[in-house]
Design a protein around this ligand. Structure first.
Ligand code: UD1
Length: 432
């Protein structure tokens, strides 16, 4: 007989109200790209406020396989890239982590060659890397894809990448970061136009600057980088995670609970806070790094995901959970990723009334969700289902925790501290 593996699940009893203050961890998307950026420097990088996540552990494994020495103590990470020698990234890990593609720029810069399997990650669309590749080619790299592996190397007798003017067809976060890193040690000036303006791009630029890189304009659509000879050792603190913070704000709103969040950078949450305010929730800036949420009667609204400073695609699923219990009709339009509405079917299992048409979701708010067995389909979908479970009548059992663990640092522990009734347990028999 086929032996069934016990399934880890989250068991959430809904309808508890939350109270107190939640501690927000360092930003996943900053920490990942900054770890890749550490490859640019042949000395030690000391990072603090690194979140405790499976994605961080996976990237650490990739970097170790390249010869990087890494030591971790709590939320501090020391990376020493002096002995960087390998340019072949291991498929088994890269295939599970899209962010491992970030190492292509620094590897090319340091070793003149990189071989990276095409990345995996969340199943939220095609997620090509053409913009990264086109930019690196403009900087003088030879790049081709063979047997699922991206091969990149310096052309001819060149010892370095060459500065270039690059216009991105779309303000891709990853492509902006890849090209910015590659340009820090290139010969001459690189201008990236139509660059992504996300706070994580700015965090990476600040990290590189702290190592001695010359970067201007990060956080605007035009970034100018003048290559320098080398970068030096650095101590750097990762910014707070605006998506984790946004997820907790929705947790407060959906459970009608007053909670506060610390530390946060309120400007990074402008689009999310504006939507919550439109929906009838009060967000109070208590001090420079602390927000307090006061719930209110929820009103429907329309949301369209956009590159920063627009509404983040990484908060779309969580807001869908909130809108599903908001009386009235709302429309959510996903414009960033083509395949990011898989959570709708699971929310409907819990009694939501959502129809999908192309990249639109039409939501008719219901007065009550009911707990059900559900399956997380990607990282942010898993957060949305937890939020729905907190608001639902009865018990929700969520499978697919590997998605949640990729990107949330102890979500259930933090929710429990606020008073939620949520436990991690194992099921002997799978629910589906
Ligand atoms: C990053 C974030 C992810 C977030 C996303 C958008 C990390 C590790 N992940 O992902 O959490 O949801 O930004 O804010 O930082 N595209 C191309 N060609 C390319 C690159 C991207 O067509 O070469 C497209 C993608 O398919 C997608 C859109 O551009 O439709 C946005 O992608 P991008 O901004 O690059 O997102 P990521 O860097 O993958």
């Amino acid at each position: 007989m086929l032996k069934v593996q016990p399934q880890p699940v989250l068991q959430i009893s809904g309808k508890a109200s939350l109270t107190g203050e939640v501690q927000i961890s360092g930003a996943k998307n900053s920490a990942l790209v900054i770890m890749a950026g550490a490859l640019l420097c042949s000395q030690s990088c000391y990072l603090s406020n690194v979140p405790n996540l499976v994605d961080i552990d996976r990237l650490s494994q990739v970097l170790r396989a390249l010869g990087v020495k890494i030591s971790k103590k709590g939320d501090n990470l020391e990376l020493n890239c002096q002995d960087l020698s390998q340019y072949d990234a291991p498929y088994e890990i890269v295939s599970q982590l899209r962010a491992s593609f970030f190492i292509i720029g620094p590897l090319l810069t340091r070793l003149g060659i990189a071989r990276i399997p095409l990345p995996g990650g969340c199943a939220i669309g095609a997620r090509p890397v053409d913009l990264h590749v086109r930019g690196l080619k403009a900087m003088g790299a030879e790049v081709f894809i063979e047997h699922g592996i991206v091969h990149a190397q310096l052309k001819g007798n060149h010892k370095k990448l060459q500065g270039a003017r690059i216009y991105l067809d779309y303000p891709s976060v990853g492509a902006t970061e890849t090209l910015m890193m590659a340009a820090t040690l290139a010969e001459g000036e690189t201008i990236i136009e139509n660059a992504a303006q996300e706070p994580e791009v700015v965090d990476l630029a600040n990290f590189c600057r702290a190592m001695g890189a010359q970067i201007k304009g990060a956080g605007t659509p035009t970034i100018a980088i003048t290559g320098v000879e080398r970068l030096h050792a650095v101590e750097y603190t990762i910014i707070p995670d605006r998506i984790e913070a946004g997820t907790f704000l929705v947790a407060g709103a959906i459970t009608q609970s007053e909670i506060s969040l610390y530390p946060v950078i309120p400007e990074h949450l402008r689009a999310v806070n504006a939507k919550l305010r439109t929906m009838g929730v009060q967000i109070i800036k208590e001090d420079t790094q602390r927000l307090r949420l006061i719930p209110g009667v929820l009103k429907p609204t329309d949301i369209e995901t956009l590159p920063y400073p627009g509404f983040p695609t990484d908060m779309q699923a969580q807001f869908m959970a909130l809108l599903s219990v908001t009386q009235g009709n709302s429309v959510v339009t996903e414009t960033v990723f083509e395949n990011r509405l898989a959570h709708v079917a699971e929310l409907n299992r819990m009694g939501a009334n959502i129809r999908v048409k192309g990249h639109y979701a039409l939501i008719s708010g219901v007065s009550q969700l009911s707990g059900a067995p559900v399956m997380a389909t990607d990282l942010r979908a898993s957060a949305a289902l937890v939020l729905a479970g907190l608001a639902a009548e009865g018990t929700t059992i969520m499978q697919g925790l590997h998605h949640l663990d990729r990107g949330y640092d102890d979500l259930e522990g933090k929710l429990r501290k606020l008073g939620a009734n949520i436990q991690r347990t194992t099921l002997e028999t799978p629910l589906f």
